[in-house]
Design a protein around this ligand. Sequence first.
Ligand code: FMN
Length: 194
Amino acid sequence: MSLYAQAMQRFYDVMQQAKQLPLTYPNAMTVATADAQGRPSARVILLKDADEQGFVFYTNFQSRKGNDLTENPHAALLFYWETLKTQVRVEGHVETVSDAEADAYWQTRPLESRIGAWASNQSQPIDSRQVLESRYAHFAQQFADGNIPRPPHWSGYRLIPQLIEFWEERPFRLHERVCYVKQDGNWTASLLNP
Ligand SMILES: Cc1cc2nc3c(=O)[nH]c(=O)nc-3n(C[C@H](O)[C@H](O)[C@H](O)COP(=O)(O)O)c2cc1C
């Protein structure tokens, strides 16, 4: 098994363990982006898919993070599960998923979430909560037949990793850190000081 495959297998294993925990969102991760000036911002997003192609999440491409990723496609993901005493860091660049992939995921989303995606100009100011609710009502009526197309500005990003680090809590703060890094096309693995 390649080092990258090993790293991904370890990620699948820890995510599998997280899914056994009484958590509403075991797949929640912090996604950090930066704008063209390198100013960072971070928010929680749900991981929807992970395999050797990368880590996929869905969002509004006109949001703040969407603008960041257009200007600067580098991003970092952060997972922490306290019960598992484990932190995972992933860094790389993002690509947009194909329309077919986004459409397939869109169809699995609850009706209300699909209407909500039309109603929300994510990250833009709104005058009041009422404005948002009336936009929701407007789109609920427009798509009353249940046939809700995916908004053109709503899709997925796939983060292609070039670094994956596993941190495990150990006694005396002598935590274990294993860092997989891709350099010149080759993956290496090293232990880091905690
Ligand atoms: C548990 C949780 C899950 C979330 N999942 C998503 C998600 O999958 N996609 C998304 O666009 N925003 C999600 N959000 C909202 C984001 O944190 C954020 O508020 C939103 O995407 C706007 O971020 P931005 O202004 O930096 O673009 C989630 C928030 C929380 C707390």
